[in-house]
Design a protein around this ligand. Structure first.
Ligand SMILES: Nc1ncnc2c1ncn2[C@@H]1O[C@H](COP(=O)(O)OP(=O)(O)OP(=O)(O)O)[C@@H](O)[C@H]1O
Ligand SMILES: [Mg+2]
Length: 284
């Protein structure tokens, strides 16, 4: 299964959804981050003032080729590259068909809902049918329904049904994401954090050191938040109905899926030379 996570808006949770909701639930999937890359190969704003580059045709071509070689991927498209990616998809006619599904996370802020509408219109212009575009309602507050929080967007969709809408595809605002920001591996693995059976309360009782008690209390709180969020992600993933959208696996592949998900970034494609001059890209 190959999924693109996309929205013209920044900060709607594309990376969060890609990393924490989708990647752990799609066996063997590789995460590919299409984000701005500096001339020095770093991500985001250049430390030495180098300008961020957006996706270019050659990188998109390499990304497309690479997607043909793998069975499952979650492609997280950073906001600064969405416009370019959609332009390139138009040039490479039919390339959107490489994705089984486009997941569009959105948040209640009106400006972000407007950007979400613009994203849905662009996907539709590209020829992506509504059943392959799925909205994911993110940062929903406990006291407000999806219908109320996303009134603008849902009113638009009632007129122009450009995406599949299931209000069960939702994620509450949760502090856990701030707690695990910048962490990787087991420390950012929500399922692992949720199943952590350390007796933190017992350890806190035994400790006389305030700093240690605070550190243990923090871990206990993270465990509790993760225990809430994992079943929420399970329910949201099920509501997305991705299993039905999944293409059959490659018949000749009898390799078992890898234990750990692979992660690569567009930087791997940035350095790629034109296809005719280069050796195949090494697996990250
Ligand atoms: N449900 C949520 N509850 C609380 N915080 C959240 C939630 N979803 C995402 N966030 C936080 O919002 C911020 C933006 O999320 P994220 O980086 O996933 O957005 P993005 O769409 O990938 O942005 P960009 O386009 O800039 O890459 C992050 O700090 C993330 O931890
Ligand atoms: Mg992101």
């Amino acid at each position: 299964m190959k999924i693109a996570v996309i929205n013209f808006s920044g900060n709607v949770g594309k990376t969060t959804v890609a990393r924490h909701l989708l990647l752990p639930r799609i066996p063997g999937a590789e995460l590919i981050a299409v984000e701005s890359v500096n001339a020095d190969g770093g991500h985001g704003a250049g430390q030495n003032g180098s300008a961020a580059q957006s996706l270019r045709g050659r990188q998109f071509a390499a990304l497309q080729e690479y997607l043909q070689t793998i069975d499952s991927a979650v492609v997280d498209i950073g906001a600064s590259n969405v416009e370019e990616l959609l332009n390139l998809m138009q040039l490479y006619r039919g390339s959107h068909e490489d994705f089984d599904c486009f997941i569009v996370p959105t948040v209640p802020v009106p400006k972000q809902q407007q950007d979400t509408i613009a994203t849905l219109i662009e996907l539709s212009r590209l020829g992506v049918p509504p059943n392959r575009v799925k909205l994911l309602f993110n940062m929903v507050e406990a006291t407000v329904s999806v219908e109320e929080a996303f009134y603008l967007l849902l009113a638009f969709l009632a007129e122009r049904p450009l995406a599949a809408v299931n209000t069960a595809c939702r994620m509450r605002a949760n502090e856990i994401y701030a707690r695990i920001r910048g962490l990787s591996g087991d420390q950012a693995d929500l399922a692992r954090l949720a199943s952590d059976d350390t007796d933190y309360k017992g350890l806190i009782r035994q400790s006389c050191d305030i700093a240690q008690r605070l550190s243990l209390a923090e871990k206990l709180a993270t465990h509790r938040l993760a225990s809430w969020v994992v079943p929420e992600h399970d329910a949201c993933f099920e509501a997305l109905g991705l299993v039905e959208a999944q293409a059959p696996p490659c018949a000749s592949s009898d390799e078992p899926p890898p234990d750990t998900a692979r992660v690569s970034t567009i930087a791997d494609f940035v350095r790629a030379e034109p296809a005719s001059e280069q050796a195949p890209r090494a697996a990250p």
